[in-house]
Design a protein around this ligand. Structure first.
Ligand code: ASP
Length: 407
């Protein structure tokens, strides 16, 4: 009997948690397995995104169509992110994770993180040197470069065909490499989860258990309500099929705490298991891994209330609305790498004049919160790919797309 990849990863996950609890810090010994997997998926990202997006755009060759798809994607990202922060605030109000805490106020001063201006951010999307963008792995610049390459290939016509074929071939090769790397995913998940579970003692987790629970429950609700409704209403896909299909990517995201690092898995799962076309997936997903962070936004909503409650501030409704706005923007500015959301929290706290020292309180448990929020970030990107693909008539349905979860 062949066990599906999702089941294998889940088994690895459970064994890792049990091993971490039993063996404690000794589980650090398996960290190299996790690092091995991380490096393997990271090395695929840049060539995969570049080639698949060039092929996707050149295959469309229509600026209008591309603009329409971009508009829908960004609208979906903004709306779901705003819903996520709001849910975070509601849960933060209900749970009151910052009241009655028996921990001492941190003394350390936290450095203020200056957010870059809007104009500079937008200009920064255009690479002055596309090769440098590839070398640095600057995802937005790579997307920009790939879109123009794809358009250029179409406009050139016959002479562009060899270039197209080159990218098409390389894209296929990168997909193949992704499928090879995915075979070690269960081992990788074990190597990432066991040391994390092993290194966190009860004494660190217990005082802040309410924050962890608030973020975890918020993330779960957002996925179960918002994404289920979105894929059901806009793409007529059953939520069970959606979660099963994206399961491996969600678990890899949970283990790696990196949306960008998970990208090759997300692309593969949405295409093979959920039937999203290459054109839509290769556009929507790299963009999402860089700018769409629903889990991060939700976490920031919870954390703002936590800090306010801990230091005894009352946030008015207007201030909470301000948090919806700044957390949405902050999550867009958050990089898809571990711990980035904590840095951007400074921006949100500053917007409502809360003490930045609150960050030091959260820092100790941030890795745990990062797991939940990154899993939601990635699942949210996938839901966008499904919804956009359906609206563009590019969602394969039926068995062919549904059986992929065993791959
Ligand atoms: N680790 C998250 C991600 O990669 C970002 C964050 O720290 O919130 O999606």
């Amino acid at each position: 009997m062949r066990i599906s990849l999702l089941t294998q990863i889940m088994i690895a996950f459970i064994i890792a948690v049990v091993a971490g609890v039993i063996a404690g810090p000794a589980m650090q010994a398996v960290q190299p397995l996790g690092d091995l997997f991380l490096r393997l998926i990271k090395f695929i990202i840049v060539p995969l995104v570049l080639t698949s997006l060039v092929v996707g755009v050149a295959g469309t060759g229509d600026l209008k169509k591309l603009g329409r798809m971009g508009g829908k994607t960004i609208l979906y990202y903004l709306v779901t992110t705003a819903i996520a922060v709001t849910l975070g605030l509601v849960i933060g109000n209900l749970f009151s994770p910052g009241t009655g805490l028996a921990i001492t106020e941190p003394e350390s001063k936290v450095e203020y993180q200056e957010a870059p201006g809007l104009v500079a951010t937008l200009l920064g999307i255009i690479p002055t040197n596309p090769v440098a963008a590839l070398v640095e792995g600057n995802m937005l610049q790579i997307i920009f470069f790939a879109i123009f390459l794809g358009l250029g290939i179409t406009l050139v016509g016959e002479k562009g065909v060899p270039v197209y074929r080159f990218f098409e071939g390389l894209a296929e090769v990168m997909y193949k490499i992704t499928s090879i790397v995915m075979r070690v995913a269960p081992l990788g998940v074990f190597g990432l989860i066991a040391p994390t579970v092993g290194s966190y003692g009860v004494s660190i987790l217990l005082p802040l258990m309410k924050v962890i629970l608030a973020v975890a429950i918020g993330c779960l609700l957002h996925a179960l309500i918002t994404y289920s409704a979105a894929v059901k209403l806009f793409a007529a896909i059953s939520p069970v099929r959606f979660f099963k299909g994206i399961g491996p990517a969600s678990l890899v995201a949970f283990s790696t705490c990196s949306s960008s690092g998970t990208l090759p898995v997300t692309i593969r799962n949405t295409e093979e298991n959920l039937g999203v076309s290459k054109r839509v997936g290769s556009f929507v997903l790299p963009l999402g891994a860089t700018v769409n962070m629903d889990g991060t936004a939700l976490y920031q909503g919870v954390c703002v209330l936590f800090v306010a409650q801990f230091f005894g501030y009352d946030l008015t409704l207007v201030q909470q609305l301000m948090v919806v706005l700044t957390a949405t923007l902050a999550s867009i500015g958050t990089a898809g790498v571990p711990g980035a959301g904590l840095l951007m929290l400074t921006m949100v706290l500053t917007s409502v004049q809360l003490p930045l020292e609150g960050i030091a309180l959260i820092a100790g448990i941030d890795r745990i919160l990062d797991m939940f929020r990154t899993a939601v970030n990635v699942t949210g990107d996938a839901s966008a790919a499904v919804v956009v693909a359906a609206s563009e008539g590019e969602l394969k349905r039926g068995r062919a797309a549904a059986v992929g979860s065993s791959s």
